[in-house]
Design a binder for this molecule. Structure first.
Ligand code: NAD
Length: 254
């Protein structure tokens, strides 16, 4: 119970890595707000987890909208009284080189992946300051360090998240608010489907995976969730501004 009675918001958590983080935070004793634009999936997850006795609510919030983010923070405070943990996990991954991408896709990627983390932090940090501290976990990527072909907007957004994490860590260390990010390698979620299509599909990527990701298999969402729980908990109390690389060895050979 490393997060007993802590209040957490996990964005982009109706499925994938975010869903695994919600499950692990709850198992460790936290109260959790699931946030996503996928209403059906979010409500279903809320129902399943409430049925198991967990203190958890779903909020339909578009994290690229300032109005929605303000309402999300108010929702969490109204439900649970405070906020101790934020996991900024929501993102989109729309593949393309810069000549393939439209301005709309560029803006959408930056707004959902990066501006959202700024907005959630902007409105959650004053609540954390009043609570005496907190932990913010931004979902970055191995792509915060290494690029990939035909993924320009996504890798640019993930590079920005690394530096936003460090900037926030410097600004709020004095308030006992720690800000770290996780940099996963290839996790087998629906997010990767469109990019995989450009390289022969998901099966072809899985076959080629050992030559890209030395552990030779996809990372499971729960393996990333365990790192989020570590960063959310006091077990990581001396860590702030740190990228935690969880890439199955990709960068060991770079
Ligand atoms: N899958 C991987 O290989 C991988 C690798 C490195 C990093 N990541 C990162 O992990 C995080 C989770 O990705 P995933 O693989 O679970 O993908 P996913 O697509 O399953 O999950 C992303 C979630 O974000 C939600 N979302 C999208 N736009 C939103 C918005 N405007 N407001 C609120 N929610 C929104 C989606 O509905 C979805 O539920 C992302 O930040 C991603 O960049 C994933």
């Amino acid at each position: 119970m490393r997060l007993k009675d802590k209040v957490a918001i996990v964005t982009g958590s109706a499925r994938g890595i975010g869903e695994a983080i919600v499950r692990d935070f709850l198992k460790e004793g936290a109260k959790v707000i699931i946030c996503d634009i996928l209403v059906e999936e979010g409500r279903e997850l809320e129902k399943e987890l409430q049925g198991k006795g967990f203190d958890v609510y779903f909020s339909r919030s578009d994290v690229s909208s300032e109005k929605d983010v303000k309402e999300l923070i108010e929702f969490a405070v109204n439900r649970f009284g405070t906020i101790n943990i934020i996991c900024n996990n929501a993102a989109v991954n729309i593949p393309g080189s810069v000549i393939e991408l439209t301005e709309d896709i560029w803006d959408k990627t930056m707004n959902i992946n990066v501006k959202s983390q700024f907005l959630v932090a902007k409105y959650a940090i004053p609540v954390m300051q009043r609570a005496g501290g907190g932990s913010i976990i931004n979902m970055a990527s191995a792509n915060s360090f290494i690029a990939e072909p035909r993924l320009s907007a996504y890798v640019a957004s993930k590079g920005a998240i690394l530096m936003l994490t460090r900037a926030m860590a410097l600004d709020f260390a004095k308030d006992n608010i720690r800000v770290n990010c996780i940099c996963p390698g290839w996790v087998d979620t629906t997010m990767n489907d469109a990019h995989a299509e450009l390289f022969g599909g998901r099966e072809a990527v899985l076959e080629a995976l050992p030559s890209i990701q030395p552990i030779g298999r996809p990372i499971a969402p729960m393996e990333i969730a365990k790192i989020a729980t570590f960063l959310a908990s006091d077990d990581s109390s001396c860590m702030t501004g740190s990228p935690v690389i969880a890439d199955g060895g990709i960068m060991a050979g770079v």
